[in-house]
Design a protein around this ligand. Structure first.
Ligand code: ATP
Ligand code: MG
Length: 251
């Protein structure tokens, strides 16, 4: 088995006549942070939707831990060890932080039925507590999700993803809508989570990406136009020309 956790080859996706993603070939090793960047509409979320099973690829293959997963149903992905958070905050506002995570944990343990021993429920509850503590929300367990600050809600989403103990964590714009302080806290969280996990994140904040990532992939019009270290990407003339005149420049 290859030491890479995930390998994609010639991965693509069309919507009718429109090709949103085309010919993506890349491998992802264990325990690294890779940023996926690119202008609006470049195909970043489409790429993540495919990697998390929400969309079937139109072309190509994807291997996770040496096994083809391209045709796997979406609900199996979390069991494979792939979990994600969404570009738009996605929590139940009228439930507490703990309830939000516990529901995620129970959905993951979908084999539950009325004969499930009580101890297993304690197990789920303990997993939820641990996930909340991991993202720094242990003290906020009983607060309604709607009463949490925006940054805390994003952390809560990550806690929900963590209960499955994913090997691959996909974060789609985890700092979207955050100010500098919340962004700093999210960067610290991602750094903590990166120990022992492979993380792919979509981001627009260039400074953050360059500081946090081991590697950067650049998508443009659905194609992978660059793949390298942050320093290589910064120096890449194709990347520079794509970002020239963009609102999300190298600020
Ligand atoms: N379900 C769909 N049906 C039709 N077109 C789609 C669908 N999903 C995405 N697209 C199109 O595919 C292209 C890539 O979209 P995607 O959401 O992957 O971009 P993105 O890089 O995540 O952009 P952003 O930075 O704005 O989030 C866009 O032109 C989008 O309109
Ligand atoms: Mg997107």
């Amino acid at each position: 088995m290859s030491e890479d956790l995930l390998q994609v080859e010639n991965l693509g996706r069309s919507f009718g006549a429109f090709t949103a993603l085309k010919g993506i070939t890349a491998s992802f090793g264990q325990n690294r942070v890779t940023a996926v960047i690119g202008p609006n509409g470049a195909g970043k979320s489409t790429f993540f939707n495919i990697l998390s099973g929400a969309l079937r690829p139109s072309t190509g293959s994807m291997r996770f831990m040496g096994r083809e997963i391209g045709g796997t149903p979406q609900h199996r992905f979390v069991h494979l060890g792939i979990a994600r958070s969404y570009q738009i905050t996605n929590v139940f506002p009228q439930l507490s932080a703990h309830e939000n995570v516990r529901i995620g944990a129970q959905a993951f343990r979908s084999r539950y039925n009325i004969w499930t021993p009580r101890a297993s429920f304690h197990d789920v509850s303990a997993k939820a507590e641990q996930a909340l503590a991991d993202v720094g929300l242990g003290a906020s367990r009983n607060r309604l999700a709607s009463s949490l600050a925006h940054g805390e809600q994003r952390a809560l989403e990550i806690a929900i993803a963590l209960v499955a103990d994913p090997k691959l964590l996909l974060l789609d714009e985890p700092t979207a809508g955050m100010g500098p302080e919340e962004t700093k806290a999210m960067v610290a969280l991602i750094e903590r989570l990166a120990a022992g996990r492979t993380i792919l994140l979509v981001e627009h904040k260039m400074k953050m990406i360059l500081g946090l990532s081991d590697r950067v992939l650049v998508l443009h019009h659905g194609q992978l136009i660059a793949d390298g270290t942050p320093a290589e990407i910064q120096a890449d003339p194709d990347v520079r020309s794509v970002y020239l005149g963009q609102s999300h420049g190298y600020a």
